[in-house]
Design a protein around this ligand. Structure first.
Ligand code: BGC
Length: 832
């Protein structure tokens, strides 16, 4: 007989990354690790190497569901091999503001695109027997004060925009979802009956498991009755034993726990058989290289500067900018993946592909990271100089503060060490006294290459001291126990410690943190950089002037995309902007490659001949960018976000909640490009924009009644001229029209309703079809979804601002197309 305690035990995780088993109930202990860019080891340990895929914004830029499904499948194979049951992704929140710290994890700003590609990713992953987790339900579209954040959004916007990608995930059969940290309408998502019960269960009839975000469960009875199945991580704080108490107190029912147990049993069955075998490493790398190139958006290409003809003709190329040799490939979240050290940078790939002799490299300026990694300074472990990195030792502290002999020793080579729930050699963090009772010491030997001021940085969740040759030179860290434990580990205060060092004279560097227990996690971060050599910028400018062509690798810093923190600016670092300007002045044949996963400002764009936006493109970024610059691959991306001319042009920019934690979404349905369209604002580059190299021409378009439940089918006939194969994305936008051809009040002027991607061989002609479902013609109200009967304009387009043809139609209340006036010429809203 299963007891209430047996059932209740299943409602909370066992530890940071696993759940409890209940053999009699058919429930296995499940292993969950963070995603979505890769399969993290769950330990934040640089030794857990995994594949790194393009970020979701990059995947969205491919507009290719088949490709995204393949990438999901690749992750599924790797997760299966690592014994993972649930990979914590995709992130289906939307890029409401480009300042959102985690926007690189979003599939852009449009709910249809995000829903379609998120669903494809889920299908790919789950086809390998690994559960996806659609997160974070819902409106976790920004990070500031995310635990207190209380999003105020109207019901129509909530359903039509922010819930829509989750609904697509539910329809695709996602096996789990994660409730967001924030509140919606005053109630935390993890205990929101309107969302978890009403929407997920009753309206969508979805049968998967809902878990809380990490440390995001705030109550016992309210969470249970709203429909939360699993408190994460374990050990239990609100559910588990407390759930059993709630049943005994008559506040919740045994049946409620049985339902959760049944859902977990179903999840155990679904994930029981995993993919086997995994594809060969080479095939995995090829897929990631193809996906990266397919995501790059060629924003402009004056006089067809790209692909670079000068190299194939024996010309010379100046490769400048910090991102050439040190690109930023991912955000600073818990889902960071450690890369195979053989991964090639853009500079290495260009040298290999184009011939090293043709390339002149100059850094131009330094990357400015919050905590620059020490690895480039070649530290070696203090007690074993044959090993790169640091010796890390763990000690207990006596009452007078004296450390014990080391209780555990390790060698690490990272700038962030995090401990969840326990300290090696010491034990559970929960059980350590809360006053300073343990000490972690990281020590290395460093032989400076230059004489001058080294800029060291320290941060941590205890008291941190930096010592050079035994002498204390700086202190930092913070001992406060923050509400946002996960966030504090990643973005705590950093102290700068300048230290004079002499070239060739070896020093011993020690970073020590004294810490207390009674908490769930600790972290220590340390790094630094060598003195910046003089004349970097001038040398880069000279190299550009003296070469046939220049490529500037500019971009964001390693810490511009953080969990639990939004950005304050969309500008690239000022010194990189200056580098771009100076190089463009020195050489009119300059390509700027922008390594940024969000809509950065490009005030210099008019000066550059070509601009290629490359996002966070995954581990094969280097080879892929060389392929595209040299013309071996097509830049396949189209913008999944709008690029504005000025920050103030964005419909929603600030992500700062008011004093009560409230964040209003006053733009309603007018998110992203809908705001630009409705208010007649010219973007720098419109949603959907992107150029290719191939000469693909649109010949004709047709509208026909839909098949298989669709309202309509739109098709375009494309032809690939010339000798290059290429890619085209056929986009379809719907514009509701009242009598008099006006857009109804509050509605977007147009919105994306469907798309299809075509790859054409030279000389090929192809008809590409896009089906439009009745939902695309529907609006949400308190009564639910209903087709908006009336006139619509169907626009078949290359981007949201580049319409090839329009069809005026009438759609009845059943979502059927009635004969309308037919095709109209493409006379607006103008070409991008
Ligand atoms: C993030 C989630 C993540 C979880 C587990 C949280 O801080 O918001 O996206 O899956 O940590 O690492």
């Amino acid at each position: 007989m299963t007891t209430v305690d047996d059932l209740a035990r299943l409602t909370a995780g066992a530890d940071m990354h696993s759940t409890h088993s209940g053999a009699a109930l058919g429930v296995r202990a499940l292993r969950l690790v963070d995603g979505p860019m890769g399969v993290t080891g769950g330990r934040l340990d640089e030794r857990d190497i995994a594949l790194l895929t393009p970020c979701a914004t990059a995947l969205a830029a491919t507009w290719d569901d088949a490709l995204v499904r393949e990438v999901g499948g690749l992750l599924g194979e790797e997760a299966a091999e690592y014994g993972v049951d649930i990979l914590l992704g995709p992130n289906l929140n939307l890029t409401r503001s480009p300042l959102s710290g985690r926007s690189f994890e979003h599939f852009g700003e449009d709910p249809r695109l995000a829903g379609a590609l998120g669903a494809a990713w889920i299908e790919g992953l789950q086809s390998k027997g690994v559960a996806a987790c659609a997160k974070h339900l819902v409106c976790n579209d920004s990070e500031t004060d995310r635990h207190r954040l209380d999003v105020r959004v109207d019901g129509q916007t909530l359903h039509e925009v922010y819930l829509a990608p989750f609904e697509a995930a539910a329809r695709a059969g996602v096996w789990t979802m994660m409730a967001a940290y924030n509140k919606v309408g005053g109630v935390h998502c993890a205990e929101h009956p309107g969302l978890l019960d009403e929407v997920l269960r009753r309206t969508w009839r979805w049968d998967g498991v809902v878990m809380s975000d990490w440390f995001g469960t705030h109550s016992t009875t309210a969470s249970l009755t709203a429909g939360l199945d699993l408190e994460m991580p374990g050990p239990a704080r609100q559910l588990g034993a407390r759930a059993a108490d709630a049943v005994r107190a008559g506040e919740a029912t045994r049946e409620r726990l049985e339902v959760t147990a049944a859902r977990l049993a179903e999840l155990s069955r679904r994930t029981a058989v995993k993919a086997d075998p995994r594809r060969a490493p080479r095939a995995a790398r090829e897929l990631l290289r193809r996906a990266a190139a397919d995501a790059f958006v060629l924003l402009k290409n004056d006089r067809s500067l790209l692909p670079l003809p000068s190299l194939t003709d024996g010309g010379t190329l100046a490769v400048v900018g910090p991102g050439a040799a040190d690109p930023v490939l991912q955000g600073g979240t818990f889902a960071r993946v450690s890369l195979d050290p053989r991964v090639r940078t853009p500079l290495e790939a260009l040298r290999a592909e184009a011939g090293a002799g043709r390339i002149r490299h100059e850094q131009g300026t330094e990357a400015r990271d919050r905590v620059p990694p020490l690895a480039p300074l070649s530290p070696v472990a203090a007690d074993d100089p044959t090993q790169p990195g640091f010796t890390v030792t763990y000690h207990r502290l006596a009452a007078d503060g004296t450390p014990s002999a080391p209780l555990f020793r390790d060698v690490r080579n990272t700038h962030l060490v995090v401990w969840f729930t326990e300290l090696p050699g010491i034990g559970a963090l929960d059980e350590l006294p809360s006053e300073e009772s343990a000490l972690v010491r990281a020590s290395c030997l460093l032989t400076p290459a230059r004489t001058g001021t080294y800029d060291f940085r320290i941060a941590g969740t205890g008291s941190v001291t930096l010592r050079v040759d035994g002498e204390s030179v700086g202190t930092g860290g913070s001992r406060a126990l923050p509400a946002d434990v996960m966030g504090a580990l990643l973005r705590g205060e950093v102290t700068r410690v300048p230290v004079e060092l002499t070239a060739g004279r070896q020093v011993r560097i020690e970073v020590e943190m004294r810490l207390g227990g009674g908490r769930r996690a600790h972290g220590l971060s340390f790094g630094g950089r060598a003195p910046v050599p003089d004349g970097l910028l001038d040398r880069a400018v000279r190299a550009a002037r003296e070469s046939d062509t220049a490529v500037v690798f500019a971009g964001v810093t390693q810490d511009s995309s953080l969990e639990s923190q939004d950005r304050t600016s969309l500008a690239l670092p000022a010194d990189q902007e200056e580098l771009i300007r100076r190089v463009c002045e020195a050489n009119p044949r300059t390509v700027v490659v922008v390594n940024a996963p969000y809509a950065v400002d490009m005030p210099w764009a008019d000066k550059a001949a070509a601009v290629l936006l490359t996002w966070f493109a995954g581990q094969e970024y280097g080879p892929a960018v060389a392929d595209v610059l040299l013309g071996r691959s097509e830049p396949g991306g189209r913008l999944p976000v709008t690029l504005a001319l000025r920050d103030a042009d964005h419909g929603a920019l600030s992500t700062a909640p008011d004093g009560d934690g409230r964040l209003a979404y006053p733009e309603g349905l007018l998110t992203g490009y809908r705001h630009f369209d409705r208010h007649g604002i010219r973007p720098r580059h419109a949603f959907g924009h992107g150029l290719g190299y191939a000469d693909i021409r649109w010949r004709s378009a047709r509208l026909s009644p839909g098949t298989a439940g669709d309202t309509a089918t739109v098709s375009a006939t494309l032809r690939c001229h010339g000798d290059r194969a290429g890619k085209e994305v056929v986009q379809v936008y719907l514009a509701p029209l009242d009598a008099g051809r006006e857009t109804p009040a509050g509605r977007p002027e147009q919105q994306l309703a469907g798309f299809a991607t075509a790859r054409l061989a030279p000389g090929e002609e192809r008809c590409v079809e896009v089906g439009l479902d009745p939902r695309a013609f529907s609006e949400w109200s308190e009564r639910g979804w209903a087709v908006r009967e009336g006139c619509w304009e169907i626009r078949i387009a290359r981007s949201s601002r580049d319409v090839f043809q329009r069809f005026a139609v009438y759609v009845d209340a059943e979502g059927r197309l009635l004969p309308g006036p037919g095709a109209a010429p493409a006379d607006g809203p103008g070409r991008a």
